[in-house]
Design a protein around this ligand. Structure first.
Ligand SMILES: Cc1ncc(COP(=O)(O)O)c(C=O)c1O
Length: 391
């Protein structure tokens, strides 16, 4: 190289090699070089397969999407920059002004805000309904209802949506069922097999499982997909290559992590039911849970990695539990590698009135555990310390 400054604008290429890397490379390039105008035209028109610009698509998003598609047995899958991005993608690609939504009354707070307040700004109306009362759901659907939106397992009280029946009800009225599968994940439930038309997940949580990316997944059917692709690019909902690479690595251990964390969740739930300091334990794997039979039918012997409980002593007891069980960090998210806890009243459900929270069963004494992959004995020991402090 004559002038050392010249290496800056055009770095060297990867050498030709006879072998392929066993671990997927990271393609950080925001743009791809085209051979000539004809190729650029063919690529942008979708007549030739390849990448041009990373907001439209990049190899790391496609590798992750393909793995998620297989895990869910879906026809199509796309990766977005967050779980909320995946929900926004359904709204923006499938709905028009004048459409109507039916929503479960037990949705993640930001999901409710998107599908009520934000959707209303686009002329989309909504009705919030008790999704565990199938007659109420039937009554809420109207001729212009396009989507029925539920969570497979709700947060934090872990109600289980009857996906098969909800899909039938939606389809009878010409609507589609959207399942937010974040608290279950494909190792517990594959909602497409139960009739869901759209499946979204916050990959941020258990799918990635290492608390180091924010990403979303949308799965759906081929006949609806062209609008999804276009919307993802036009509204700028794309993901970053490095995040996708990390999540793909996280997915490699999904089955093992979920198996262990589900077993830990069941052990912890059973332990909590024996404590006098605990008023109620919520876990679909417990026979006393209202959806236990449905969970068994839909999920088999895995009931998820989250356990919620309410302490007799209310907020004071929750504070003292959280201080004494300090080996379990207070992280207002879920799906970490190790066990974490959250306090729904002050975090995920702080936007609700006290009355609305109480009608759901959430009080100051409600604590949500997200089980990790440590040994059950270690987790139970930490929880035991917390309960001892409560009395
Ligand atoms: C059930 C559920 N859906 C959607 C989301 C949104 O996902 P993200 O934070 O990746 O945007 C969350 C986040 O907490 C969630 O818990």
């Amino acid at each position: 190289m004559e002038n050392p400054d010249d290496q800056c604008p055009r770095p060297p290429r990867m050498p030709e090699q006879a072998t392929t890397p066993h671990s997927p490379p990271i393609y950080l390039s925001s743009v791809y070089e085209c051979r000539d105008p004809e190729q650029a035209d063919a690529l942008l028109a979708g007549l030739e397969t390849g990448y041009v610009y990373a907001r439209d698509g990049h190899p790391n998003a496609d590798m992750l999407a393909e793995q998620c598609r297989l895990l869910h047995g879906a026809e199509q899958a796309a990766i977005t920059g967050s779980g909320m991005g995946a929900l926004a993608l359904v709204v923006l690609s499938q709905l028009e002004s004048g459409d109507h939504l039916v929503l479960s009354n037990q949705l993640y707070g930001r999901t409710s805000a998107l599908l009520t307040r934000e959707a209303a700004r686009l002329g989309i109306s909504s009705t919030v309904v008790d999704a565990y009362d199938l007659n109420a759901v039937k009554g809420a659907l109207s001729p212009n209802t396009r989507l029925l939106v539920v969570e497979t397992i709700s947060n934090p009280l872990l109600r289980v949506a009857n996906l098969r029946s909800l899909a039938d009800i939606a389809h009878e009225r010409g609507a589609a069922l959207v399942a937010d599968n974040t608290l279950a994940g494909p190792a517990v439930c594959r909602p497409h097999e139960l009739g869901a038309d759209w499946v979204m997940e916050s990959i941020t949580k258990t799918m990635n499982g290492h608390s180091d990316v924010v990403l979303g997944l949308l799965c759906g059917r081929t006949d609806r997909w062209q609008r999804v692709r276009d919307t993802l690019s036009v509204w700028g909902l794309a993901s970053a290559p490095f995040d996708c690479w990390l999540a793909l690595r996280g997915l490699g251990t999904l089955g093992l992590r979920i198996e262990r964390a589900c077993a830990n969740a069941l052990a912890v739930a059973q332990f909590l039911t024996k404590s006098k300091a605990v008023r109620a334990v919520y876990y679909p794997g417990l026979p006393e849970h209202p959806d236990h039979e449905l969970a068994r039918r839909q999920f088999g012997d895995r009931n998820g990695t989250i356990v919620t409980f309410t302490l007799e002593g209310g907020l004071e007891a929750a504070r003292s539990f959280m201080t004494a069980s300090n080996r379990i960090p207070f992280c207002p998210s879920l799906g970490e590698l190790t066990t974490t806890l959250s306090h729904p009243e002050s975090t995920s459900h702080r936007g609700l009135t006290t009355q609305a929270r109480e009608s759901l069963g959430i009080t100051g004494g409600t604590v949500r555990l997200s089980l990790g992959i440590e040994s059950a004995a270690t987790i139970i020991d930490a929880i035991g310390q917390g309960l001892d402090s409560v009395g």
